[in-house]
Design a protein around this ligand. Structure first.
Ligand code: SAM
Length: 229
């Protein structure tokens, strides 16, 4: 998968060199291109913002650098005729595992990281395929939201996780019901008077599977009844 990220703070993406993502990049499973939006400014101050039409506080990201950036990035030879362009914004569709799975099937994604009061609406109208929100709160910029989405999407790509089954068993990932993962344990069998549920030490795989399914349902009913509705 090719991923292009346009931002005025490309240093935010240093974590893409770490852990699973770093390995996936080094191994050629994901091809990440970072672009500084200021490359597409033409004034000495490399200005990317201007005051909002109609007045009001804050600044708005100018359309011209974004237009030029998106023309340049989408005009590069990529793994598809056109990438899918994702704009993080509090006004977007809520990001979830279903959308992560959908994006993981794309050969080429472009993320546009807004700052200030956001990007001139004409850029979004003309270019965005998806406007996506992480949740009902306001971040300072689209960089952290993009990192979240890139991590959730790329861990679903074949070969990125050490054990592909671990993604299949994750919360929200069932083929039918979207359940939460049951509690998990490792050694030692007891700590500070708290023991691992005996069934997990029984070696009875059928009983373990039933216990996990039951715990998954109980936890989902308690914490996220909306998922069962
Ligand atoms: N004035 C905007 C509003 O109220 O909707 C918020 C602008 S925010 C300070 C700057 C940028 O952060 C946004 O353009 C977007 O890229 C990103 N952002 C902020 N909150 C977000 C969220 N919940 N989900 C995704 N992106 C977000």
């Amino acid at each position: 998968m090719r991923i292009d990220i346009v931002s005025i703070f490309v240093d935010y993406f240093a974590p893409l060199d770490l852990s699973l993502l770093g390995k996936a990049r080094a191994g050629g499973l994901i091809d990440v291109h970072l672009h500084d939006l200021r490359t597409w400014t033409d004034d000495v101050h490399r200005t990317v913002d201007d005051s909002p039409y109609g007045g009001g506080p804050g600044m708005v990201m100018r359309a011209e650098p974004w237009w030029a950036a998106l023309e340049a990035v989408t005009g590069e030879p990529g793994p598809a005729a056109r990438p899918r362009i994702v704009v993080p914004t509090p006004s977007g569709r809520r990001f979830d595992q279903k959308l992560a799975t959908e994006l993981a099937a794309e050969p080429w994604l472009v993320f546009c990281c807004g700052r200030y009061e956001g990007i001139d609406a004409r850029v979004i109208e003309a270019w965005a395929d998806d406007e996506v929100s992480l949740g009902d709160y306001v971040l300072a910029g689209g960089e952290v939201a993009t990192l979240v989405m890139v991590e959730a999407v790329t861990r679903l790509l074949p070969g990125v996780l050490g054990n592909a089954e671990s993604a299949r068993d994750d919360s929200f990932s069932g083929p039918g019901e979207q359940l939460l993962e049951p509690p998990v344990y490792t050694r030692p069998p007891e700590i500070a008077g708290r023991s691992v549920p005996p069934v997990l030490l029984s070696g009875d795989h059928g009983a373990i599977a039933r216990w996990r399914d039951e715990q998954s349902r109980l936890r989902t009913a308690e914490r996220r009844p909306d998922l069962l509705a």
